[in-house]
Design a protein around this ligand. Structure first.
Ligand SMILES: NC(=O)CC[C@H](N)C(=O)O
Length: 222
């Protein structure tokens, strides 16, 4: 499986993402945001966490205008996979690839800690390594993680089983405790918590491994 990790000015989880993907068996290429196109044969685009363009305007809003984002949209329209973590989730909402938006945390504070999440569905390449109902611990580190979406889309996300993860102790005010959502075709996942920071005993937990192994395993079996 070939993965591209996108690097913006201000990305700071790009190498963590690459390490997690490689550990699970992916071939990984780093791709600079100014590139007009992804390398040939990319299966997964990973948009990592960080503070792209200093989080000016809205988090992810400037990054979404980078040249590479046009090709990320084409990749997804062709049926390619994309994973956006934290700032990456913010970028994917700003590109329109995922619905909703991430607002300032309800408590107006940056929150940095490992928190429990409930896996809501195992019906996606990203979550098939878990059972629905599992509780996992992933770190969060954000000030704009308060997910919001209009009521009709919220109903649609629930009806279509597209809420991938929910907070069991909501840290940021997200509507319906949503921590991560899937696209309509279930090939794009955006989530605020960081699974790539939970893949090694040295991280204090390995609950993120199943996400990367499950995803990459799909390609091994294809
Ligand atoms: N860790 C991150 O990706 C930070 C995300 C984002 N810039 C925020 O603070 O909300």
């Amino acid at each position: 499986m070939r993965a591209a990790v996108i690097v913006f000015p201000g990305s700071n989880c790009d190498r963590d993402m690459a390490v997690a993907l490689k550990a699970a068996g992916a071939d990984v290429q780093m791709v600079w945001h100014k590139d007009a196109s992804l390398p040939d044969g990319i299966d997964l685009v990973a948009v990592p966490g960080g503070f792209s363009f200093g989080d000016y305007l809205r988090c992810g809003a400037i990054a979404a205008q980078s040249p590479i984002c046009n090709d990320i949209v084409r990749h997804v329209e062709r049926g390619g996979y994309a994973l956006g973590v934290c700032n990456g989730f913010q970028v994917l909402t700003e590109t329109g690839l995922l619905p909703g938006a991430l607002m300032r945390n309800a408590g107006l504070k940056f929150v940095c800690k490992t928190i429990p999440l409930k896996v809501e569905t195992s019906a996606s390449a990203f979550t098939e390594g878990y059972n629905a109902g599992d509780t996992v611990g992933f770190p969060i580190a954000h000030h704009d993680g308060n997910y919001t979406v209009d009521p009709d889309m919220l109903t649609q996300l629930d009806d279509e089983d597209r809420v991938a993860f929910r907070y069991t102790e909501n840290p940021n005010g997200s509507v319906s405790d949503i921590a991560g959502i899937l696209s309509e075709n279930r090939r794009v996942l955006g989530l605020m918590p960081h699974p790539e920071r939970a893949v090694d005993e040295g991280h204090g937990g390995t609950d993120g491994q199943a996400l990367f192994r499950g995803l990459i395993g799909q390609f091994a079996n294809a």
